[in-house]
Design a protein around this ligand. Sequence first.
Ligand code: MG
Ligand code: MG
Ligand code: MG
Length: 306
Amino acid sequence: MATYIFGHTIPDTDSIVGAISLSYLKNHLGEDCVPARQGEVNPETKWVLEKFGFEAPQLKTSYAGEHVYLIDFMERSQSPEDIDDATILGIVDHHKLGDLTTKTPLEMWVRPIGCSNTIVKQMFDYYKVDIPKDLAGMMLCAILSDTVIFKSPTCTKEDTKACKELADIAGIEDYKTVGMEMFIVKSDVLNATPRELVTRDFKDFNMGGNSIGVGQLEVVDLSVFDKMKADLFEDMKKLKEEGGRHSVLLMLTDIMKVGTQLLVVSDEPEKIEHAFNIKLENGEVWLDGVMSRKKQIIPFLEKQFA
Ligand code: MG
Ligand code: MG
Ligand code: MG
């Protein structure tokens, strides 16, 4: 029986590449693993897969009776609905401790660093397994994506070290330029519908019984959103109603200016204002220096809703 390896719902580059890189390592170690994904591949990830000649992992959303490894998440709200009927053999992740639990002992590689693929790189080193050139290139891109080319406060020395080593293996000299190319692809938002944009990198959290959804779009210039703000707000309102959510937040992150325009639709906007000690104007505010959902947004919301 094959073991499936997959990342969170609404997969990002780290989730997709992590499923592939961890499957490669596990297969090399004698396990029988298949990479999978819980949702559509986003444009950035598509670009990375094409650049290095990989196919997207198979789409699979039901795992009852299966053996699985989770990569890049451990939250119930980001899991398949029947996760309780699967056997979780292990977790490789760089997020806060989630609310999933297991019935059997498991392997856990969890570190407070910038990217799951940095952990996978460390696992390759630990087991002394060589990383193929093209896989190294993809893992490099996953780390550059998650760390926003090292600008995110989640980025650590371990991530920059892993990037340098992966770039060497991949034969990529100017890897920061590759990172910028990737973010320029990511910044192309003009042909997408508001729903595609709001949910492109969207995560739901359960905070004290309240469903809070937080999306993020990372671009090289926020002016691309000037004409679509009203439509984004309109769709956030719909998304909030449809999912019975307490709040929907959208982070419009400017990776050059290093900061985030935060859009808020909430039953209790004053709680969001409290969380960040801010005053919303027409539902939005600029947060200087804010780049990371997991480190600079979620912990402050959790405190408000605890
Ligand atoms: Mg992720
Ligand atoms: Mg990640
Ligand atoms: Mg991210």
